[in-house]
Design a protein around this ligand. Structure first.
Ligand SMILES: [Zn+2]
Length: 241
């Protein structure tokens, strides 16, 4: 465009004094310089302003537009989970396929737990600064965000219920998947008594099933909880949102 403008101005130079024609090219805002570091493993694309940036672990807000990026982070988790599910479909070894699906299923719960923990501590610092250290301590939190009933008790400290948008059936399905995760991770994938009581088709002592649809549905339900938390973050945007 610069060259075109120069040619245009050259060709109209004789007329300049008479008509005052001149073409100027305005460059778009230059991208902000960004430093690439290898430990900034994740590259997030902000769904609000379209900027991409590298991040270590998690960033609650976009460093450019200041809006919450929790959902964008969770979507990246789901993308990785779906890639593991695809790999599971491709491998011939059934045990390896089961292991991959189990890991994908676990990653959904890990993301939901760790994202809740990060937001909970952030909101405690902002809304209850005098009690934040006590309420957000490792001892107070433990692994309580894995389970909606325990998590709800913690969120009550902030008068928030991120599970409120789920129906009774959806909550049951969420709990069922958390129970499944417990069995896969801690009971050699064999159905235990509490799991067998909720899973009519998987009797006690049998290997629990994990299918791709379980993982997708589980991720979808957890995503709804994350959406609820993103709404809470909006009231704390660094630039006012
Ligand atoms: Zn942004």
């Amino acid at each position: 465009m610069d060259e075109l403008a120069r040619d245009f101005n050259r060709s109209t130079a004789p007329l300049k004094g008479l008509l005052g024609i001149e073409m100027k090219v305005k460059s778009p805002r230059p991208p902000r310089p960004s430093l690439w570091r290898e430990d900034l493993l994740r590259n997030i694309h902000c769904g609000h302003c379209g900027r991409s940036y590298g991040v270590y672990a998690i960033a609650l807000f976009c460093p450019d537009c200041g809006l919450p990026n929790l959902r964008d982070h969770f979507d990246r988790e789901v993308e990785l989970v779906e890639q593991q599910v695809r790999l599971a479909r491709e491998v011939q070894d059934r045990e390896l396929a089961y292991r991959l699906l189990g890991n994908a299923h676990e990653d959904v719960l890990t993301a939901m737990e760790s994202f809740q923990k990060a937001v909970y501590r952030f909101l405690l610092d902002r809304r209850l600064p005098n009690r934040a250290a006590q309420l957000g301590s490792g001892k107070a939190v433990k692994n309580r965000f894995q389970n909606d009933l325990n998590a709800t008790r913690l969120w009550a400290n902030l008068d928030i219920d991120p599970f409120a948008g789920l129906t009774k059936d959806e909550l049951e399905l969420l709990r069922f998947n958390v129970g499944k995760r417990h069995v896969v991770g801690h009971n050699l994938s064999m159905s235990d008594e509490s799991y067998a009581a909720t899973a009519r088709t998987e009797p006690l002592g049998r290997t629990v099933s994990i299918v791709a649809d379980d993982v997708s549905r589980f991720a979808e339900l957890c995503g709804r909880v994350i959406d609820g938390l993103e709404v809470e973050l909006k009231t704390h945007c660094p630039e006012g949102g």
